[in-house]
Unconditional design. Sequence first.
Length: 136
Amino acid sequence: MDSFSNCKHNNYLPYTMAALYAQQQQWNDAIVLNTAERVCDASIANVFIIKAGTVYTCPLQEGCVAGIMRKFILDNLPALGLAVSEQPISTADLLAADEVFLTNAVTGIRWVGRCQNSRYGNRLTNHIFDRLLKKG
């Protein structure tokens, strides 16, 4: 981990490989794990999970990209009355989540319907989208 770890343009190869793998598998995206085998990002977005009403994302120290939309979401979720926690996320945490969504500056918030055999709801994800990003 160095001072450039959170800049995607300096560490793009794992993201490119993840995107190619997702394309080969005919998936919409793929999860990128860090060197400790914990969830870091998706190939084109930051990862958030929701469990028991709390929104989790990995801290920057885990190697995720310091995304603009990630910061916006973290800064604005408390105003919606939602608990937010930055903590390491294992693949088991991801698979046991109630909801999962991805964020980036281009697409905003994208709900994840499933990962492996896990299926996810979208009630809070829709609420977050409606309150923070919906236009009109």
